[in-house]
Design a protein around this ligand. Structure first.
Ligand SMILES: C[S@@+](CC[C@H](N)C(=O)[O-])C[C@H]1O[C@@H](n2cnc3c(N)ncnc32)[C@H](O)[C@@H]1O
Length: 304
């Protein structure tokens, strides 16, 4: 949704933007063009490979671009070192990129045979294989249910535990096949592959994605100048729910429990909503990029 993002973020010449998920640099390039000739863009990504790609795409903008390897949930700690105190705008385009999904060796997709890694930042944390081969059945059930809304979570978890008693699970194809065997009708034609939810759940867990979204959105609001804009694109309902609730809390006046007869919270809204409802990708974009079907864009502006 580059057009919609640009119109909500409204970048102007000379402004300072932070792209917390710079990825392949597509949105960043548009922001740099709109802030020309002297705007600055700080691009973060937790994936060093994505950052390398962004560096080559954004090279023509020279020293107007500052790229850093890091998590957007820690953006506040980074800005003082760059001599920047506040931002005119910030973008979070959440989740995994097509580049990551198509990088076979990363293990994000059940469509490619690969080691079960799934870390966006391979320099830290534990891989999906480590989770699958060590977590208790109850914990695996919780992960598949909570982060994948998987109906057959318990069955799949128990089969994983049985299988790993004979040999550790190591590959994407092995896991996809195990899920197929665990769910009723796993081999029948279906709209989505039966392993879709389990792969999503593992990826969210391995990368602790939801906690970073909460911390990242809250930190972003603090970093905005008066009048500064924040746009967030979510790719599943778990992320979108967090963003929607945080925006609602920061745009409403009273946040007292409904049973209180008189307001005593003294809450002052810090934001104005720029999108009353989540914005969805236009049909033409979904046709050329089917992943855009799940995207929801929300934006806010910091009050003066
Ligand atoms: C959907 S892509 C972004 C694509 C980008 N907007 C573009 O135009 O090319 C998401 C990117 O965000 C990164 N990412 C996801 N969560 C992150 C986090 N918490 N901190 C930093 N980067 C993150 C991923 O590594 C991935 O490269």
């Amino acid at each position: 949704m580059p057009g919609e993002v640009l119109s909500l973020l409204a970048p102007r010449p000379g402004e300072i933007f932070l792209d917390g998920t710079v990825g392949g640099g597509g949105h960043a390039r548009l922001i740099l063009e709109a802030t020309s000739p002297n705007g600055v863009l700080i691009g973060l990504d937790r994936d060093p490979q994505a950052l390398a790609q962004a560096a080559s795409v954004l090279a023509p903008f020279g020293d107007r671009v500052i790229l850093r390897h890091g998590n957007f949930s820690e953006a506040a700690a980074l800005l003082p070192d760059l001599g920047i105190a506040a931002l005119d705008g910030m973008l979070l385009d959440l989740g995994v990129s097509s580049f990551q999904l198509d990088s076979m060796e990363r293990g994000f997709s059940f469509r490619h045979e690969a080691p079960l890694d799934m870390r966006m930042d391979p320099t830290t944390g534990i891989s999906a294989a480590e989770v699958l081969n060590t977590a208790e059945a109850d914990e695996l059930t919780r992960i598949f249910r909570e982060f994948g809304e998987e109906r057959w979570a318990g069955r799949i978890a128990r089969r994983i535990v049985r299988t790993r008693q004979e040999r550790p699970l190591t590959s994407t194809e092995e896991l996809a096949e195990l899920v197929r065997q665990s769910v009723p009708g796993g081999y029948a034609p279906a709209r989505i592959h039966p392993a879709t939810r389990v792969f999503q759940a593992l990826r969210i867990f391995v990368n602790d994605e939801l906690a970073h979204v909460s911390r990242g959105v809250s930190g972003a609001i603090d970093l905005l100048k008066p009048g500064g804009r924040l746009a967030v694109i979510s790719f599943h309902s778990l992320e979108d729910r967090i963003v929607k609730r945080m925006f609602q809390a920061e745009t409403s006046g009273c946040i007292c429990p409904p049973r209180l007869p008189v307001c005593n919270c003294g809450h002052v809204p810090r934001l104005d909503l720029l999108t009353r409802k989540g914005v969805r990708a236009a049909a033409a974009e979904v046709e050329s990029n089917p992943r855009a079907r799940s995207a929801v864009l929300r934006a806010v502006r910091r009050r003066p």
